[in-house]
Design a binder for this molecule. Structure first.
Ligand SMILES: [Zn+2]
Length: 416
């Protein structure tokens, strides 16, 4: 192989998640050949040394405008969201956490967003669905900051920016107009949070408004649904039905949905059928609250389910470093996903299946697809999850965009 057949990058001795050990030949940003490539010219080579090589990571749900704002919100907001089995989650959002937004100014939000996106690149997280508060308190300050960051990081991280009316639409008169303005400024996705409204009728009107707008604007829709300790909440089903009504099948995502975990099984199974019909994807973030989606049931029924970092040091969660392996590691415990098969499912929920949730085209290591990959430090998935270290190399469309080395040693005094 030579000349026109030469590769831009070859990753040799790459162990894929299915156990195959292959060479990955990359040309023009895509996988041109996978397998035993024989002698092949390449402008650059990486020797993976039999280590695990995966797709880059997808963060299905992230409040990107709020990162590192916990010092402004204080511990009280954190306790209010998760306390009493999320019984008062609504008040914590509209009262305690909302207080931060009175101080919103793109001048300090942009550096925080950069810090979170730098962490994303180093951790191999190259696709993020970023929710940004758009309401009469935050105005468009957070949106302006995240849209600026989206352009600054173009070619490193792909942001799907969601115009998110965090305080509701009927509760917060003026938020709907601001969301439409956010779309004109360049937001990619119409957001929503129907369960925050005062009545089911208002919640239905909220969902209807968002899906009608998304259909009109040719956008996707993504909502934060049923996020309290109340099994009577039904806004996920409302979203799926409205997607079908507005021709949005396959173009919607439901995030959080913690109340669904409290539904009786017949209600869960009805929702599974409806979600499948609507092509509704889900994102779970079990580390940021005491309740979570029935993830195992949804996976058994082959629904698109991904994991989300959700928060980094804000009024809802004090930790986080934009590390989806860490999120998967935490989910392993909280979802009781421990054996080999479940570990493979965790990886799927931060790579290929998560790509399906966000409607990404060809996010999998296969010929013809974009060559976005991580070379890890270990050859077994269990070790990669256990360590949840930054990948040795992160490659985006055939180009190395991050590399991390780990150097440690034990020092024994008196030893030679
Ligand atoms: Zn969230």
């Amino acid at each position: 192989m030579s000349g026109a057949d030469a590769m831009d990058l070859v990753v040799d001795d790459a162990r894929l998640a299915d156990g195959r050990v292959v060479s990955l030949g990359i040309r023009d940003g895509r996988y041109a050949a996978i397998g035993d490539l024989g002698p092949v010219e390449a402008a650059a080579r990486i020797d993976a040394g039999g280590r695990l090589v995966t797709e880059t990571f997808v963060n299905g749900h992230m409040h990107l405008d709020k990162v590192f704002t916990l010092p402004l919100a204080g511990d009280g907001a954190l306790a209010a969201y998760t306390g009493d089995a999320m019984g008062a989650a609504q008040r914590s959002i509209t009262e305690d956490a909302s207080a931060v937004k009175k101080h919103y100014d793109r001048a300090w939000i942009v550096p925080n967003v950069r810090r979170a996106l730098d962490q994303a690149v180093l951790n191999g997280v190259l696709h993020v669905q970023a929710f940004v508060d758009v309401d009469t308190t935050a105005g468009l300050e957070g949106m302006a900051a995240v849209l600026a960051a989206r352009e600054e990081y173009r070619g490193l991280v792909d942001l799907q920016v969601v115009a998110f009316p965090q305080d509701g639409l009927l509760r917060d008169e003026g938020a709907a107009d601001l969301c439409e303005e956010a779309l004109r400024l360049g937001a990619d996705v119409v957001g929503g949070i129907p369960w925050i409204e005062a009545t089911d009728r208002d919640a239905a009107a909220h969902v209807e408004w968002a899906c009608a707008l998304a259909a009109r604007a040719g956008k996707r829709v993504a909502m934060l649904v049923d996020d309290a300790g109340d099994p009577s909440l039904r806004t996920t089903a409302m979203l799926a039905e409205a997607m079908l009504d507005h021709g949005l099948a396959g173009r919607g995502v439901a995030c959080h949905g913690r109340a669904i975990g409290q539904y009786p099984l017949p209600t869960v199974l009805r929702l599974v059928d409806l979600a499948r019909k609507a092509g509704l994807g889900f994102v779970s973030d079990p580390h940021t609250g005491p309740l979570h989606l029935p993830v195992r049931q949804f996976l058994d029924d082959d629904l698109p389910v991904g994991l989300g970092q959700d928060d980094i040091e804000d009024a809802y969660y004090p930790f986080g470093r934009h590390n989806m392996l860490e999120v998967a590691f935490l989910a392993a415990h909280l979802l009781d996903f421990r054996n080999d098969a479940d570990q493979a499912r965790l990886l799927d929920m931060i790579t290929v299946r998560a790509g399906r949730v966000l409607g990404l085209n060809g996010h999998a290591i296969a010929e013809g697809n974009p060559a976005n990959l991580c070379v890890h430090h270990d050859d077994r998935l269990v070790d990669v999850l256990r360590e949840h270290a930054r990948p040795r190399w992160v490659v985006r469309e055939g180009v190395v965009v991050a590399e991390s080395e780990v150097t440690t040693r034990i020092v024994r005094s008196g030893a030679a």
